[in-house]
Ligand binder design. Structure first.
Ligand code: IMP
Length: 180
């Protein structure tokens, strides 16, 4: 599958090192507290498992599954929740764990839904941040890496459900990726 990549942006070693650094920062910020990690299926699961194991604070895991509709195709930022959280997040410290923030429209919707459930705090932690594509201002508290405006796959990120299991993150060759 590596042959479908135009360029490797981050190797597995670089990813592991950066997740360790980020986990240290989060553990310090939440010392003495318990954190609910709310993860959006499926892409962010790879990031979540490594992040959660590296945290020194107690955490609980919960999952959301959504179907998002790309801007231009239907209503921008309209998201349907296919699987909701199993647990109540009221009065809890919540961190929304994402694979990538692109336009920010999906995240804006999710933050609106979750903040309506009155957690005591709610922050965003994303594996990748494609900041040049942002259409709405989203408060991203923690990020592993910023990336340029290119379509990337690997370490959970897919193209038509492929490439998720690549151990690195790379730019997909333009012959394969025909635009989203
Ligand atoms: P947003 O609403 O534009 O921020 O959309 C974010 C979602 O788009 C992510 O959760 C991914 O599913 C998808 N996405 C955006 N850019 C990429 C990419 O470069 N590779 C893989 N998926 C992407």
């Amino acid at each position: 599958m590596h042959e479908d990549l135009e360029k490797i942006l981050f190797t597995r070693e670089q990813i592991m090192q950066r997740i360790g650094e980020l986990a240290g920062e989060i553990s310090r910020d939440y010392e003495g507290r318990e954190l609910i990690l709310v993860t959006v299926l499926k892409g962010a699961v790879f990031f979540l498992t490594h992040l959660a194991q590296s945290l020194s604070i107690p955490v609980r895991l919960d999952f959301l599954s959504i179907a998002s509709f790309s801007p231009g195709r239907t209503l921008p930022g309209v998201v349907r929740i296919n699987k909701d959280l199993d647990h109540d997040i009221q009065h809890r410290d919540v961190m929304l764990v994402e694979d990538i923030v692109d336009t920010g429209l999906t995240l804006r919707y999710l933050l609106n839904v979750l903040s309506g459930r009155q957690p005591s705090s709610l922050v965003v932690c994303t594996f990748l941040d494609k900041a040049p594509r942002r259409l709405v201002d989203i408060p991203v508290k923690y990020r592993c890496f910023e990336i340029p405006d290119r379509f990337v796959v690997g370490f959970g990120l897919d193209y038509n459900q492929r490439y998720r299991t690549l151990p690195c993150v790379g730019i997909l060759k333009s012959q394969i990726y025909q635009g989203k």
